[in-house]
Design a protein around this ligand. Structure first.
Ligand SMILES: Cc1ncc(C[n+]2csc(CCOP(=O)(O)OP(=O)(O)O)c2C)c(N)n1
Ligand code: SF4
Ligand SMILES: [Mg+2]
Length: 381
């Protein structure tokens, strides 16, 4: 008889799906994200018993229930702190933070900032639906200006935060953006996020069919996507458009991007990417003849657009924590032994001043801070 052992390396996406009933609204983008994560896990051979999904509060935060890995549904905005603790306690675990735009950038904005700054080795997946879904549609920090919601009935006045720009500002070394419905792209991004050592930040544009339906239609719609998305690939020019006929380039001599058309005004792919030298009247060059027309809308970037090495948290800080933990677990010092920090001999316990003795400063031992602040306690006090 042949006995087949199923290892996690052979698991299929459905093996990462738990038996819990999925309670998102029908049509919610969260389903597609769940599917993509399960597919990515299967393709990467993720070990279920070595993986933890940590979430805060919100619709997105229900995620850990639906995975057959370990999981924590924690406190609003605090998933990064709890995930940091988990990673610290066991650096070998694969820890994912699943958060929403409200959870991660509103109440948890501070925690998000610091987990990225510390470069803790986590995958942080932010479901951005530009709304508080769970609490019935209030505007969130990513809602665009003018969003009408129960908490902003006349339209929101604030300018939104860009999740990716926030992450870059916090010093994140891996920042990516994808879309719930673009499965192939999303799975690829998730795999690269997991492969990165250090904090990986992935923003997913997620459709909330109930409270903010079609809010990303101008980016994700079939007709709009070619002109609105730019898929960033390492070492490749930033091309977009139906037949990749358009591109983004730096305006020569300026830290500014402009949209150009390949083949127009001497723009060629890819060698002349830097400047259109044969066009005397262009704004960017005295020799450029191109008359700048109406500025074209710039597409938003997709994929991983920052990835560089930096000392990551496990290597530096976990070593420090392990050292500290080891020193705490060391057997207690014997009486009268030498102090490890200085050549003095430790005082044996019987040499320590007894409760009520006066110290050299005149304070009384053993009566707490108040007794020391206010001098010796009255007799019998
Ligand atoms: C301390 C605290 N404050 C407020 C809430 C109410 N609350 C629950 S979820 C949520 C916002 C969730 O929005 P988001 O993170 O965008 O998740 P979504 O539901 O959109 O997936 C809020 C404000 C709470 N549960 N706890
Ligand atoms: S309220 Fe929106 S985000 Fe929440 S489950 Fe329903 S569709 Fe999804
Ligand atoms: Mg939200």
């Amino acid at each position: 008889m042949t006995v087949t052992t199923i290892t996690d390396a052979q698991l299929a996406p459905k093996d990462y799906a738990s038996d819990q009933e999925v309670r998102w609204c029908p049509g919610c983008g969260d389903y597609a994200i769940l599917k993509a994560v399960q597919k990515a896990c299967a393709e990467m051979g993720v070990q279920r018993d070595q993986t933890v999904f940590v979430s805060g509060i919100g619709c997105a935060a229900r995620f850990p229930y639906y995975m057959t890995t370990y999981g924590f549904h924690t406190v609003h905005g605090r998933a990064p702190a709890i995930a940091t603790g988990i990673k610290l306690a066991n650096p070998d675990l694969d820890v994912w933070v699943m958060t929403g735009d409200g959870d991660g950038l509103s109440i948890g904005g501070n925690h998000m900032l610091h987990v990225l700054r510390r470069n803790v080795d986590l995958q942080i997946i932010l479901f951005n639906n530009e709304i508080y879904g769970l609490t019935k549609g209030q505007y969130s920090p990513t809602s665009r200006r003018g969003t009408k919601s129960p908490s902003t009935p006349l339209g929101s006045l604030e300018y939104p935060v860009s999740a990716c720009v926030f992450a870059l500002g916090a010093g994140a070394r891996f920042v990516a953006r994808s879309v719930d419905t673009q499965q192939a792209h999303l799975v690829g991004v998730l795999k690269r996020a997991r492969a990165h050592q250090g904090a990986s930040f992935v923003e997913i544009l997620q459709n909330c069919v109930v409270f903010n339906d079609a809010v990303f239609e101008h980016i994700t719609g079939k007709a709009e996507a070619p002109d609105a998305q730019i898929v960033v690939e390492h070492g490749q020019p930033l091309l977009f458009g139906k037949s990749k006929e358009k591109g983004l380039r730096l305006v020569p001599g300026k830290l500014e991007l402009e949209v150009v058309t390949v083949g127009e005004n001497s723009v060629r792919f890819p060698r002349r990417w830097a400047c259109c030298t044969a066009t005397p009247r262009c704004r960017t060059s005295a020799r450029c003849t191109r008359r700048p027309g109406k500025p074209r809308a710039k597409p938003i970037s997709m994929s991983c657009f920052v990835k560089s090495a930096r000392g990551w948290w496990r290597a530096n800080d976990c070593a420090q924590v392990r050292k500290d933990r080891a020193s705490r677990l060391r057997p207690p010092q014997r009486r009268g032994s030498t102090c490890r920090a200085c050549p003095r001999r430790r005082r044996a316990p019987q040499e320590r001043p007894a409760r009520g003795d006066r110290t050299t400063t005149g304070a009384t031992v053993g009566r707490g801070a108040a007794a020391n602040r206010h001098g010796p306690a009255p007799a019998g006090g």
